[in-house]
Every structure is written in C-alpha cells, then in structure tokens.
Design a protein around this ligand. Structure first.
Ligand SMILES: Nc1ncnc2c1ncn2[C@@H]1O[C@H](COP(=O)(O)OP(=O)(O)OP(=O)(O)O)[C@@H](O)[C@H]1O
Ligand SMILES: [Mg+2]
Length: 249
C-alpha cells in the first residue's frame, strides 16, 4: 500500500447505510485502437450526510467518476449502488428516475439557461415532477432563500455575477430536494472570496440539511471543506488526511 492509502472494508450493513457505494468499478474509453483505462477496480463508500472531496490530475477521470456515480455513464464492471439502488439492475429509464430523485448537479460553468431568469432557472427541474403551481412556488422560493438570492430572482444569468450565478445553480440543484449533491469544480471559475461563499453554502447543505456532497476540485483549500479527502490516480482512489491535502501544491 502507498502512503495515505486506506483499505476500504465494506460490510452489508455499511452498504445499506451508504449514500454511494462503488465496488471494484472499472471504466475504459475506447477510441479507434486506443484503450484508455480511466477507472480501475475502484472502491468508494460515501455515507449519508457526509461531504467528501476528490482531487487528482487533469484527465485522471474525476468527471467520469461523477458520471458513473450518477449513472450517466455505465461502468464496464463492478457494482454501483446509489441510495441502495443497483444501477446494473435498472433500465435506462429507471436510472434516469433514480438520478432525478436522488441527485443534484453543480458544474464549474453553472450551466444556467441564458433566456430564463434566476427564478425560472431554479424552477426548471420541477418540470419533471407532478406538482401544483403553489407547491412549485414554495419550493423555488425556499431554494432562493437558502442561497440568499431572492433580491435577484428576476435577473437573467447575464445580469448576475459569477458567484451569484453559481448560487442560483446551487438552488436549482437542490430545488427537487435530492439527498446527494455532485459538484464538478464548483469554484473553478470564481475568485477566492466567491469560492469561499460557495463552499460555505455547500458545507451548509451537508451540515444543516443532511445532504451527501461530493466535490471534485483542483484547489486544496476547497477540498479542505470536506470531511474526508480522496485523490484519484491511476484509476483508483487513495484517501488522504488534511495534512497530505495541504502539502499538495
Ligand atoms: N467520451 C470519451 N471518449 C474517449 N475518451 C474520453 C471520453 N471522455 C473522457 N475521455 C478521456 O478519459 C480521461 C478522463 O477524463 P475526465 O474528463 O474524467 O478527466 P478529469 O479528471 O475530469 O479531468 P479534468 O480535471 O481536466 O476535468 C481523459 O484522458 C479523457 O481524455
Ligand atoms: Mg473533469
């Protein structure tokens, strides 16, 4: 074992408790004759209400890992359990349903719809749910409150700062009340101060609302907001302590 590596022991009970459980997961991309082994017998367990960070070099497979966790991408081998659902046993439609119920996504470039205002962007995921207009309004207003953005609800994305756009994206990610939030470089396009605001909000999602949060980042200051820290390298995850994370440049 390498320094900082921790063996992952998964018991039946622990599996039932876990929000995310990956066992011996592999994923390769094949392009022409090239075979790129991105995930190689990777294990990961994230408990409910926990926040973890994942760092690693560009091209290591961090975004691919998030796609496998959410079922957007199918693993070649191994088991992916999300909130107790085994993706291998589900149809594409069922996977989409599980994803819609359990997962919220946050990306580096916010991915807001430019022609919709902040309120309408947050409301968007609720279109998948049967819900009265009144319930919809309650949900959107609560999400706006959570990110302290009510005063900008009529603004188009182009009329918001980067940090404000990310706060709207966070509200959109949680409006349908998912229990797991996956973030791919959530502060990548923001200055330090705005980055801190966003990480404080993500931390709050975990501590106050009990959500499970996975944060992929290049920034070790960002990673340190998490309870546990991983590094993705050579297709596997190594757990690192805070001192090891800080020591990385
Ligand atoms: N659809 C695809 N077809 C072929 N190769 C791909 C595909 N998607 C990703 N890859 C390759 O798989 C590897 C992992 O990509 P991934 O996007 O997961 O990396 P990453 O760790 O998120 O990188 P970054 O930090 O730059 O975002 C890269 O080498 C990439 O070129
Ligand atoms: Mg990536």
């Amino acid at each position: 074992m390498m320094q900082g590596e921790t063996a992952v022991v998964v018991t039946e009970d622990a599996v039932a408790q876990a929000a995310i459980c990956l066992q011996q997961v592999s994923k390769a991309y094949r392009r022409n004759r090239e075979h790129i082994q991105v995930l190689d017998n990777l294990d990961l367990q994230v408990n409910k209400g926990e926040m973890i960070s994942i760092m690693g070099p560009s091209g290591a497979g961090k975004s691919t890992l998030l796609d496998v966790i959410s079922g957007v991408t199918t693993a070649d081998g191994g088991q992916v359990l999300l909130a107790g659902h085994d993706f291998a046993l589900l149809s594409e439609a069922q996977r989409t349903q599980v994803r819609g119920r359990h997962i919220g996504f946050i990306f580096q470039f916010y991915c807001l719809i430019p022609v919709l205002n902040a309120w309408q962007n947050i409301e968007l995921p609720l279109g998948l749910w049967k819900m009265s207009k009144a319930d919809r309004q309650i949900r959107v207003n609560a999400a706006l409150d959570m990110v302290a953005m009510k005063h900008r609800q009529q603004h188009l994305p182009s009329e918001l700062s980067g940090g404000e756009q990310q706060r709207i994206a966070i509200a959109r990610a949680v409006v349908s009340n998912p229990d797991i939030v996956l973030c791919d470089e959530p502060t990548g396009d923001l200055n330090r101060e705005m980055g801190k605001t966003i990480m404080t909000l993500l931390r709050q999602l975990c501590v106050e609302y009990g959500k499970t949060v996975v944060v992929v980042t290049h920034d070790h200051d960002v990673a340190l907001y998490a309870d546990r820290h991983y590094r993705l390298e050579n297709g596997r995850l190594l757990e690192e302590n805070a001192a090891e994370v800080k020591a990385r440049v």
